[in-house]
Design a protein around this ligand. Structure first.
Ligand code: PLP
Length: 438
């Protein structure tokens, strides 16, 4: 029997809005991967979200596994976050002066994280990482940085060098507009490769300010690193007088308050945060020991500032979100839910011998159309396998399930996903996989 693919949902209103948006924005969007270039159809314009559900302009309802690309670990329209934001709205949107709320959010973070002693709030993950790089350069008085192929750290010049995320999705390896001189200061090596790391430090001895890596690389598939490798990375950076920057923009507060640093059992020098830390509002942060942070202006000579940094509304959202996440067993429960979801699907995949793997950590999952038992490096992903993701994505949308519009992107489970939501999703995924592999 030929497995039937479902007929496409109505997308008339979204299509109309997209046509209009193309007059206003490059590609009709304000962030490239939203343009649906790597999947079928055009972007869905979202009207509203509640718990794990999204509604688009045509009135279609979806169970959401993109979760705004990670921040919505509590789902949409969480009542505590909403009320905290509403309360602050009446007091003022921005003052450009310190508020009690910044202290409160910082205290919540620092008293539950043994890796950093001081932090600075910014307004995005990009800003957090960009500032962390400047801090590392200012602190070590060295210029070069090392990053990994397949890691995305936002769109600052130093880091748009063979980056992942949207860039890989579009099949590019770097961005126009980044001066060669900048790119020359960034060395890109493969993940999970001790030899490459050893080589880079012998070739560029005393020149490397920092090595930056994603907590768990999750912008180009989910590339789980060997623990042993991460310990080697920590040891060699320390030995060579370079800082280790762990970019926890995705993993921060997703794998618990201590993030991937705790997961691996390593102590990085600088940590960067974004996404979840703002409860859905634009917040980022970077933090380190008191000694390293003393180099930041106005205490030290590394300049970094922001008109809307520590914005009171965003702080209120962050405090409300992290207060919920800080409750006992929050992460254990979410991880258990994710494990059960993944295991049910793995059993189905095994039974049908489909050539797809689900890699997972915490409440993050990634469908890899591969026969490999593990994928740890960007070049181990076969770009041709993305065709299968495309089919799966369409079948899922037509069954009311919203996955990120690229096979390189991971999925997120939130505390708002109910048992019923996950059961419905499992059924839809089984059917979608049947179509992919028919
Ligand atoms: N670092 C990582 C690991 C990310 O995943 C991202 C965004 O996806 C960023 C940095 C950049 O964050 P933002 O998009 O908030 O600028």
């Amino acid at each position: 029997i030929l497995k039937k693919h479902m007929s496409d949902i109505s997308r008339e209103k979204s299509a109309e809005l997209f046509e209009k948006a193309k007059n206003y924005f490059p590609g009709g969007v304000n962030s490239p991967v939203r343009a649906f270039k790597s999947v079928y159809g055009t972007p869905l314009f979202i009207e509203r979200g509640d718990k794990a559900h999204l509604w688009d302009a045509d009135g279609n309802e979806f169970i959401d596994f993109c979760c705004s690309w990670g921040p919505l670990i509590l789902g949409h329209n969480n009542p505590q976050i909403r009320e905290a934001v509403a309360e602050q709205l009446y007091k003022g949107l921005s003052f450009g002066a310190p508020t009690r709320l910044e202290n409160e959010l910082a205290d919540l973070i620092l008293s539950n994280n043994t890796y950093i002693e001081k932090l600075r709030f910014v307004s995005s993950g990009t800003e957090a990482v960009m500032s962390a790089i400047r801090l590392a350069r200012g602190y070590t008085k060295r210029d070069k940085i090392v990053k990994f192929e397949g890691c995305y750290h936002g769109h600052s010049d130093s880091l748009l060098v063979k980056a992942g995320s949207g860039l890989v999705t579009f099949g590019e390896t770097s961005s126009a507009g980044v001066p060669k001189a900048f790119a020359d200061e960034t060395i890109v090596i493969a993940l999970n490769d001790k030899e490459a790391l050893t080589e880079v430090f012998s070739r560029f001895k005393d020149q490397i300010a920092a090595v930056i890596i994603e907590g768990i690389p999750a912008n180009n598939g989910l590339l789980l690193q060997d623990k042993d490798y991460m310990h080697y990375l920590r040891a060699i950076t320390q030995e060579q007088g370079s800082l280790l920057i762990l970019d926890e923009v995705i993993t921060g507060f997703r794998l618990g308050f201590q993030g991937a640093a705790h997961y691996y059992g390593i102590r990085p020098d600088i940590l960067t945060y974004g996404k979840i830390i703002g409860g859905g509002m634009p917040v980022g942060a970077y933090g380190a020991s008191k000694e390293i942070m003393a180099h930041i202006s106005p205490d030290g000579g590394v300049y970094q500032a922001g008109t809307l940094s520590g914005n009171p509304v965003a702080m209120a959202a962050g405090i409300a979100a992290l207060s919920i996440l800080n409750q006992p067993d929050f992460y254990q429960k979410l991880e258990q839910t994710t494990q059960d979801f993944v295991n049910t699907l793995r059993a189905y995949i095994e039974e049908h011998q489909y050539e797809v793997k689900i890699f997972t950590v915490g409440s993050i999952f990634w469908f890899a159309f591969t026969t490999a038992e593990s994928i740890k490096r960007a070049d181990e992903i076969d770009p041709a396998s993305m065709e299968k993701y495309k089919i799966m994505h369409r079948e899922l949308l037509n069954r009311g399930i919203y996955f990120g519009p690229s096979g390189y992107e991971v999925g997120f489970i939130s505390a708002a996903h109910s048992t019923e939501d996950l059961q419905k999703t499992i059924q839809a995924l089984k059917e979608a996989l049947d179509v992919v592999f028919q």
